[in-house]
Design a protein around this ligand. Structure first.
Ligand SMILES: [Zn+2]
Length: 140
């Protein structure tokens, strides 16, 4: 059995959203999502924690190429969502902009792009009291 180590990197972006689904009537949306359903939306300072697991490179002592990982996350996640309204993002058409769905989307955006090691977990911290973890299928 190979020993596995993990590294977690933290990234931040600011974005707006409104929790709402067209598949439910307005009063039900209001009941489920409360003030997060307000039509004008609201913003969060999101923190995303990306955890990579892998065998430790004995020469470098590293699990993954952190500089490359940073570039990938900035290009595909931070640049895409920072100072945007998540409800207008193409990936959220027909999908509520919950932390759960955002964590899943970020997994899908990154899973095939990890320089070395495997994506192990995506954590989206939305507020002081809310965070969401997503573990999807590993890279085939
Ligand atoms: Zn919110």
């Amino acid at each position: 059995m190979t020993a596995l180590t993990s590294i977690t990197r933290t990234y931040t972006f600011c974005a707006a959203h409104r929790l709402h689904t067209d598949q439910l009537p307005d009063d039900v949306n209001q009941h489920i999502f409360g003030k997060c359903n307000n039509p004008n939306g609201h913003g969060h300072n999101y923190t995303v924690q990306v955890t990579i697991q892998g065998a430790l490179n004995v020469t470098t002592g590293l699990v993954t190429d952190v500089e490359t990982l940073d570039q990938i996350v900035h290009e595909h996640v931070v640049a895409r969502f920072d100072h945007q309204h998540l409800n207008f993002d193409q990936a959220f058409q027909g999908l509520t902009t919950t932390g759960e769905n955002l964590a899943r989307l970020i997994w899908e955006l990154l899973v095939d792009r990890i320089p070395s090691g495997q994506l192990e977990n995506i954590r989206v911290v939305e507020t002081r009291d809310n965070f969401f973890d997503y573990v999807g299928d590993p890279k085939p």
